[in-house]
Unconditional design. Sequence first.
Length: 148
Amino acid sequence: MKKFVFLLLVLPLLNTACGEDDETFVQQNYLVGKWEITKTGSMNAQGAINYSNYVNDANCDKDNYIFNSDLTFQKNDFVNLGTCTNQSITGTYNRLSTKLTLRYTENVGGTPQVVNQTFTIVSLTYTEIVVAYTNSVNQLVYLKMSKV
């Protein structure tokens, strides 16, 4: 009988200790931050990805993506039209497992249209991300970016 009473007293304490660990765990969002595009890649016939250095317009800032913790993003695409010009896009993003969807509005023929661009996250660390997407001519493109 003493063993039974002891078990009744000890079991709730063990269960309580385990529950506290689950509540204090916070998953860090590695995606949040500014990411500069460093390399582009494509898959060769053998299935390997060949990367080359990302080339931006001379004397301009590096093209980048900024992902904020409030699920908004900004894409900065710098072009040299005599002077450096930022063709910036802003919108919202959603990440579900390895799918990253950017949602923004762009004018097409003077009419605003909502665009959903989907990337597949190939790898993600705190300092580097590799994403893949299909471009407008149906080719699979890889982007390698570094956090700055």
